[in-house]
Design a protein around this ligand. Sequence first.
Ligand SMILES: *[C@@H]1O[C@H](CO)[C@@H](O)[C@H](O)[C@H]1NC(C)=O
Ligand SMILES: *[C@@H]1O[C@H](CO)[C@@H](O)[C@H](O)[C@H]1NC(C)=O
Ligand SMILES: *[C@@H]1O[C@H](CO)[C@@H](O)[C@H](O)[C@H]1NC(C)=O
Length: 152
Amino acid sequence: MNQKFIFLFILLISLSATNAIPFEKRATHFQDCIDENGNFRNAELINVSMSIYPLVSNQNVIFDVSGTLKNDIKDNGLVIAQLVDADGNNICRFSINATATKTGQNFDIKTPQHTLPDIPDKYNLTVFIMNPSNPPNDNEDAIGCAKTSVGF
Ligand SMILES: *[C@@H]1O[C@H](CO)[C@@H](O)[C@H](O)[C@H]1NC(C)=O
Ligand SMILES: *[C@@H]1O[C@H](CO)[C@@H](O)[C@H](O)[C@H]1NC(C)=O
Ligand SMILES: *[C@@H]1O[C@H](CO)[C@@H](O)[C@H](O)[C@H]1NC(C)=O
């Protein structure tokens, strides 16, 4: 390789690397909710996308929740979105009826528009699919879940 070519090659690589960084930051990385104490052990990872991201104070958001689960989403199933601040205090929590879906079938549920309250710089967002039992037990009832942290 002549030197000119090597220079161009390095320039291209560094350009693509610097371009990749801001995009990577914007991506939403959701992870499953199962923790070391066995909480949410029935909750398989679901896909979550949002009409706006990052979330903006006082703006509307629509959540799109999809995936395939090993459990049926029952007739009384719910989609619940929950935001907490860095201290675990509730910022907002809202739920809608899920679409009943058999084991192994794909589901894709869009929430209606929801107006957000003030959103702090740091928050944790969790989205659940729940089959509420009586009395409700979030840790057992969640069959799907995804969580993400912003600003930490
Ligand atoms: C999320 O969506 C992607 C692309 O549609 C798919 O490949 C993936 O399996 C989905 N993940 C889950 C947990 O459903
Ligand atoms: C949600 O489901 C409950 C029964 O599980 C029903 O009473 C209620 O009307 C439903 N709400 C909407 C908005 O469909
Ligand atoms: C929020 O998420 C961060 C990073 O995953 C975690 O360390 C922290 O314990 C969570 N805080 C609350 C209140 O859930």
